[in-house]
Design a protein around this ligand. Structure first.
Ligand SMILES: CC(C)[C@H](C(=O)O)[C@@H](O)C(=O)O
Ligand code: SF4
Length: 474
């Protein structure tokens, strides 16, 4: 048999039918649902008089619109009427159509859908996983074929358990070697995007491999796959190994007993075969990666902490020069400014990229190591765990106390300041060190300025008031 990539295997296992033009009908194992992209899909089902094809595939939660404080007010705490309606509508739809699990607003296991899925074992190796959300790529960390879909596709999957899809090409991003102290998965993925650009992965499914990826925890692998979409690839993948299987074992949705043994035997095959063909291979040396900070309005506008903001006058390509000028103006930055000279107003530690327990630990460790309180120029420093379970675990470890003692706000789970869909946002002109994944204009609030960094770098920026080289602290 010809050698196949992990992506080839996952694809082959789920294709129900392929048309002559290559359009395939793909069977979907897990459908994650949140309140923003599901209302019209359920409405479509209602209008057509349809029910769910397989209720047991649906796992739902509310995350984008939910407030991260004031929970004692209940639904009244959601001030924006459209946000509130989406949360209430999800409740009604899940009640009417059913699901395998629903973690509603304020329930103990509520959280960001991409944190909730894996931690409940709803995301398993070998699955096809979809959600009406571009960061569904996160789940590829488990050796699952996972990608975002649009609202009309959400309806299609709810009704038929299948999706029309065309196979992407195979790309391997291999990161070998050892990271410097204090560096994390976030630095790896930002460095990858800095190298290949936000269109570098367009048309591909990216498998992340190499010793530096192997060395990452499942949390770290999720951080990397989360941002595959920011590199243009709808899906990212990491091969299954012992860490994957250990992480999954014992979670509520994980198989048990004989089924577990059978599943593990299958999961052990979920890696690319030796000699499998990749259409494109990119290699990075982990030892060369430095702490990463984005300076502009696209994730590919990223530099190392010891570099300087670009000077448009040095750019010969007029299109690129214009893009740099525009980004610098929006970001309120002077050309050639040293990255570690950039002062921030707010700090956000959270989002589906970096709100898992390991992220909380890394940030808290930096706060403890530096000691004292957040810098005087920091107007607000938010720590937002990705789920109620992450929050409970962090509190059991006393991390909340570390943050609060230093002047951070310890919030309830949700998407929070990752995007301006709830009360957590930047005011015009405010500058934020953020552990999220997008730094587009207005992403964290109209006129807000986002610098994407790792949790450790964000915590260090909160303590210093400006970006600092985490290697000096770690
Ligand atoms: C609201 C949702 C559709 C969107 C996405 O698809 O990613 C959001 O989660 C984001 O991160 O921009
Ligand atoms: S945390 Fe941010 S990136 Fe993730 S799903 Fe929510 S809004 Fe999208």
């Amino acid at each position: 048999m010809t050698a196949r990539t992990l992506y080839d295997k996952l694809w082959d296992e789920h294709v129900v039918h392929t048309e002559e033009d290559g359009t395939a009908v793909l069977y979907i194992d897990r459908h994650l649902v949140h309140e923003v992209t599901s209302p019209q899909a359920f409405e479509g089902l209602r209008e057509a008089g349809r029910t769910l094809w397989r209720t047991s595939s649906v796992v739902a939660t509310a995350d984008h619109n939910t407030p991260t404080d004031g929970w004692e007010l209940g639904l009244d705490g959601i001030r924006d009427p459209i946000s509130k309606e989406q949360v209430v509508t999800l409740d009604a739809n899940i009640k009417a159509f059913g699901s395998a699990a629903y973690f509603p607003f304020m329930s103990q296991r509520q959280g960001i859908v991409h944190v909730v899925g894996p931690e409940n074992g709803a995301t398993l190796p070998g699955m096809t996983v979809v959600c009406g959300d571009s960061h569904t790529s996160t789940h590829g960390a488990f050796g699952a074929l996972a990608h975002g879909i649009g609202t009309s596709e959400v309806e299609h999957v709810l009704a038929t358990q299948t999706l029309l899809a065309k196979k992407a090409k195979n790309m391997l991003v291999r990161v070998d070697g050892e990271l410097a102290r204090g560096l994390t998965a976030k630095d790896i993925v930002l460095a990858i995007i800095g190298r290949i650009g936000t269109a570098g992965g367009t048309g591909y499914t990216i498998e992340f491999g190499g010793s530096a990826i192997r060395a990452l925890s499942m949390e770290g692998r999720m951080t990397v796959c989360n941002m595959a979409i920011e590199a243009g690839a709808r899906a990212g993948l990491v091969a299954v190994d012992d860490k994957t299987i250990d992480y999954v074992q014992g979670r509520p949705f994980a198989p048990q007993g004989v089924e577990w043994d059978l599943a593990v035997a299958h999961w052990r095959t979920l890696h690319s075969d030796a000699g499998a063909h990749f259409d494109k291979v990119v290699e990075l040396d982990a030892a060369q990666i430095k702490p990463q900070v984005t300076w502009g309005t696209s994730p590919e506008m990223v530099l190392a902490i010891d570099e300087r903001v670009p000077d448009p006058d040095k750019e010969k390509d007029s299109v690129k020069r214009a893009a740099i000028e525009r980004a610098l103006t929006y970001m309120g930055l002077e050309p050639n400014k040293a990255i570690d000279d950039i002062r921030v107003d707010k700090v956000f530690i959270g989002s589906c990229t970096n709100s898992r327990i390991e992220d909380m630990r890394e940030a808290a460790a930096v706060v403890q190591r530096v000691g004292g309180r957040i810098a005087a120029n920091i107007r607000q420093a938010l720590v937002v765990p990705g789920s109620g379970l992450v929050k409970a675990q962090a509190e059991a470890e006393g991390l909340d106390k570390v943050f609060i003692a230093a002047g951070f706000e310890w919030r309830q789970p949700g998407c929070s300041m990752c995007l301006a869909m709830n009360a957590d946002r930047l005011e015009p002109g405010e500058r934020c060190a953020s552990t999220s994944n997008r730094n587009f204009e207005g992403r964290q609030g109209n006129g807000g300025r986002t610098h994407l960094v790792s949790p450790a770098m964000a915590a260090a920026a909160a303590m210093a008031g400006h970006f600092v080289d985490i290697r000096r602290i770690a």
